[in-house]
Design a protein. Structure first.
Length: 259
């Protein structure tokens, strides 16, 4: 048996404009020379010439939001309640069983930026690939937006899910989904424009707010979905970092193919 692993995450980098300013990560790097100075503080009497090549450890100080980089949103991110009134799960409460299961890829990369992905679209794509959803499948949505990662335009790229298409998935027992765009919803600027034009608050964060009715998790800022060799027949592992009572946790999702 051979096993192939495909990384579905982006790389955290400092200063990239692909997030709102308050969410852009910052990374301070300490190299091995600086690490040698730091080690002297921990080992009294040590001199640098006693270290291999006069060098110590490397070290980084990272400042970022829980929604920076590829991450898994918990139901608590959307609302304090889920499942019509139950307390919403935070990221440290997400069952591990949700985060390792059969994966299925739905490809909507042919849709325009800001276009809706409807329940009918999901049904049609499932029919096209010949797949029937089952509870706890992990559904990955490809929009092609990851091609713009690292640029400011990433924030406005990709189609997005809606309330009805999200509830279509959760209604079939799906607990974890993911998308290669900045948001599971359509881009925020497009939602804001529609709200200003119509005054209809139902367009605001509609796919996220679907979690109030049926709790679920979604990954955002996925990558490499186009590298998946087939739309199903693989596992997805996407265990989030445990952060006490948080709305999200960083994740490095991996698609696992075995032949």
């Amino acid at each position: 048996m051979t096993r192939r692993l495909i990384d579905l995450s982006i790389t955290l980098e400092a200063g990239l404009p692909s997030d709102p300013e308050m969410m852009i990560p910052n990374i301070v790097y300490s190299d091995h020379l600086q690490g040698a100075d730091q080690m002297l503080q921990f080992f009294p009497g040590l001199s640098k010439d006693q270290l291999p090549g006069g060098l110590g450890w490397a070290f980084e100080l990272v400042t970022l939001a829980t929604h920076s980089g590829t991450h898994l949103d918990a139901p608590y991110h959307y609302h304090p309640t889920q499942d019509r009134g139950r307390p919403a799960l935070t990221i440290d409460q997400i069952p591990l069983e949700w985060c390792f299961s059969d994966g299925v890829l739905l490809d909507f990369s042919g849709k325009a930026d800001g276009e809706r992905i409807t329940a009918a679209d999901v049904e049609q794509e499932l029919k096209r690939i010949g797949y029937n959803l089952k509870p706890l499948d992990i559904v990955l949505v490809r929009t092609g937006a990851d091609a713009y990662w690292g640029r400011a335009e990433y924030l406005v790229r990709g189609a997005g899910m809606t309330r009805e298409s999200t509830l279509y998935l959760t209604g079939q027992g799906i607990k974890v989904v993911g998308i290669d765009a900045w948001s599971w919803d359509r881009p925020l600027s497009i939602l804001a424009k529609e709200f200003q034009e119509t005054g209809n608050p139902e367009v605001i964060w509609e796919a996220h707010f679907a979690g109030i009715e049926q709790g679920y998790c979604h990954m955002e800022k996925l990558a490499n979905l186009g590298a998946l060799p087939k739309p199903f027949g693989f596992k997805v592992a996407c265990f989030p970092v445990k952060i006490k009572s948080a709305s999200a946790g960083w994740v490095r999702p991996v698609a696992v193919f075995e032949d």
